[in-house]
Ligand binder design. Structure first.
Ligand SMILES: N[C@@H](CCC(=O)N[C@@H](CS)C(=O)NCC(=O)O)C(=O)O
Length: 211
């Protein structure tokens, strides 16, 4: 396989590694992960919060191993292999995965990342906010993270900080408009090791900004 020239972590460390080690055994759900990837991290946080059993499986998406291509057509992480089907099924795209996990939890662990189903407007606002974060903040963060030379790093930092300010503004606006306290309140608890909300999973890389 050719060297892509990209530089990224291929193994978790610290508490993340402990979590990986707790999820080494086979389960119905296998998370195909790259630990450096913020899209993986949001699906992973959702699995953890929702209490759904899973196996963590680290792969290098830039090397496109065959087993990853079997579960993710473009060979991107995250992806899920669902072994409780025969033959096994697969799912990719982080927000689709989060939706799937949310639905799965509603009939199993009964935990939820969203406001109650009886409040569809509050749920829609959470998704609206997440969509905004996906379009603005996450791409800027990712460019910043991957920048290797000083000029790209400086541009990346500016874009990221602008996206960051924008996201904070959006959260404030949503709080004024609706029941945003729910999510932000959950954010505070997330910091203390308690609950994550949907948006906080989407924006997991910025949890500290909201607490
Ligand atoms: N829209 C996708 C993005 C996933 C994605 O871009 N993953 C990156 C790692 S962070 C990847 O697999 N890159 C491999 C490649 O581009 O070949 C999602 O939300 O799941």
């Amino acid at each position: 396989m050719t060297d892509t020239g990209k530089s990224y972590h291929k193994q978790c460390t610290g508490e993340a590694l402990q979590t990986v080690q707790r999820h080494a055994a086979d389960e119905d759900i296998t998370l195909f992960a790259g630990c450096f990837c913020p899209f993986v991290q949001r699906g992973w946080a959702a699995l953890e919060y929702l209490g759904i059993p899973y196996k963590y499986y680290e792969v290098d998406p830039y090397k496109k191993p065959r087993e990853l291509l079997e579960v993710s057509p473009k060979g991107l992480v995250p992806a899920l292999r669902l072994s409780n089907y025969n033959p096994p099924r697969a799912l990719n795209e982080s927000t689709v995965i989060m939706d799937f996990l949310e639905d799965l939890a509603s009939t199993s662990t009964k935990r939820t990342l969203l406001p109650p189903i009886t409040d569809p407007y509050a749920r829609a606002l959470v998704r609206l906010q997440s969509d905004h974060i996906n379009r603005t903040l996450v791409p800027a963060f990712y460019r910043y993270l991957q920048a290797q030379d000083p000029t790209t790093q400086i541009t990346g930092e500016k874009e990221f900080k602008a996206g960051h300010r924008d996201a904070r503004w959006a959260v404030r606006t949503c709080r004024q408009r609706s029941r945003w306290d729910w999510v932000v309140e959950r954010g505070r608890r997330a910091r203390m090791g308690g609950h994550h909300g949907w948006t906080l999973c989407v924006i997991i890389i910025h949890v500290d900004s909201f607490t």
